[in-house]
Design a binder for this molecule. Structure first.
Ligand code: ATP
Ligand code: MG
Length: 260
C-alpha cells in the first residue's frame, strides 16, 4: 500500500486539490483508494463529498478503528474518505503528553494494508502533531508549491521538518518531488522563480516534477460542484497536467501524455 502525504507548511499551495486529483485518478484507474483529511479546515472532506459531521480522522487518531471512520466514496471517481473535523485543531494540546503521539495515524492505518492500493493524506499548512503524524505514516511525500517569492523559504522549512521525521520517526520516507501548482508559464516572474526553484531543489537533492499544474478555473468549478476534476473537465489544462503527473508518479499505469 502506497501512502502519499501531500504537505507544505505554507497555506493555499494546492495540497487539497492535489490530494483530490491523485485519489480520484486512482479510482478511475481501478485502484482501491482512500483519502484521509487531516486538516481541521475540512476542505478535502467537502470537495470529496465526505460527511464532516460523522466520525473523523480525529477519532481515528484517538483509537476508533479505521472501519468505523471510513466513508465509502459517493459519485464518479470518488475515493473512500476519512473526513476531518474541527476537533483536530486541538490535536497539538491534546496529544502533547501522549506516548507515541507521532505514530497515532501510522498505527491506525496499519490494518488497511490489505484493503487499499493507495492512501493519500491531506495535511494542514502548519507544523504540528498532525503534519508529523502524516509524515510518519507515509511512504512518500509530495510538496506542492505555488511559485511566488515565499515559495523557496517554504521548501527549506518543510525539508527541515522532513529530515527530522526521517531521523526520529520514519527513516524510509522518500520525497517524490516538489510540484509547481497554479502555474502560469507566460509570466516572466514565474519563469524566473521556476529557475531559482530548480536550483534550490538541485542543491537540496529534492526532485522537482517536470510537470507543473497550470492555473485553471475548472479546478475551482469542479470543487464547488463537488465533482472529480477528471469527471467535470477532463480536457481542461489542469486535468491534463494532473494526468501527466500521475505518469511521473506511476499511478494508474497507463500514462498516454495527453487528455484523459
Ligand atoms: N491549478 C489550479 N488552478 C486554479 N485554482 C487552483 C488550482 N489549484 C488550486 N486552486 C485553488 O486555489 C485555492 C487553494 O488550493 P488548495 O485548497 O488546494 O490549497 P491548500 O494548500 O490545500 O490550502 P490550505 O493550506 O488552506 O489547506 C483553492 O481555492 C483552489 O480551488
Ligand atoms: Mg488544504
Amino acid at each position: 500500500m502506497r501512502v502519499i502525504t501531500v504537505a507544505s507548511q505554507k497555506g493555499g499551495t494546492g495540497k487539497t486539490t492535489t490530494s483530490s486529483a491523485i485519489t480520484s485518478w486512482a479510482v478511475s484507474h481501478g485502484m482501491k483508494s482512500l483519502a484521509i483529511d487531516l486538516d481541521p479546515q475540512g476542505s478535502l472532506t467537502c470537495i470529496m463529498r465526505g460527511n464532516g459531521n460523522a466520525l473523523s480522522s480525529y477519532e481515528l487518531m484517538k483509537g476508533t478503528s479505521a472501519g468505523k471512520v471510513i466513508q465509502a466514496g459517493t459519485g464518479e471517481n470518488m475515493p473512500d474518505i476519512i473526513p476531518a473535523s474541527l476537533q483536530l485543531a486541538a490535536a497539538d494540546a491534546e496529544y502533547s503528553t501522549r506516548p507515541g503521539r507521532d505514530f497515532l495515524l501510522k498505527k491506525a492505518i496499519e490494518p488497511l494494508h490489505q484493503h487499499y492500493d493507495l492512501v493519500v493524506i491531506d495535511t494542514p499548512p502548519t507544523l504540528g502533531t498532525l503534519l508529523i503524524n502524516a509524515l510518519s505514516a507515509a511512504t512518500e511525500v509530495i510538496i506542492p508549491v505555488q511559485v511566488d517569492t515565499f515559495a523557496l523559504q517554504s521548501i527549506y522549512q518543510l525539508m527541515e521538518t522532513i529530515s527530522q521525521v526521517k531521523e526520529y520517526c520514519n527513516s524510509g520516507l522518500t520525497v517524490s518531488g516538489v510540484l509547481l501548482t497554479r502555474y502560469n508559464g507566460r509570466a516572466i516572474l514565474t519563469r524566473d522563480l521556476r529557475e531559482r526553484l530548480e536550483q534550490v531543489c538541485g542543491d537540496l537533492g529534492v526532485p522537482l516534477f517536470s510537470t507543473a499544474i497550470s492555473e485553471g478555473i475548472a479546478t475551482k468549478e469542479a470543487q464547488t460542484l463537488r465533482e472529480s476534476l477528471f469527471t467535470y473537465a477532463p480536457k481542461s489544462k489542469p486535468a491534463q497536467d494532473y494526468a501527466a503527473l500521475m505518469g511521473e508518479l506511476e499511478i494508474g499505469g497507463c500514462y498516454v501524455g495527453k487528455a484523459v
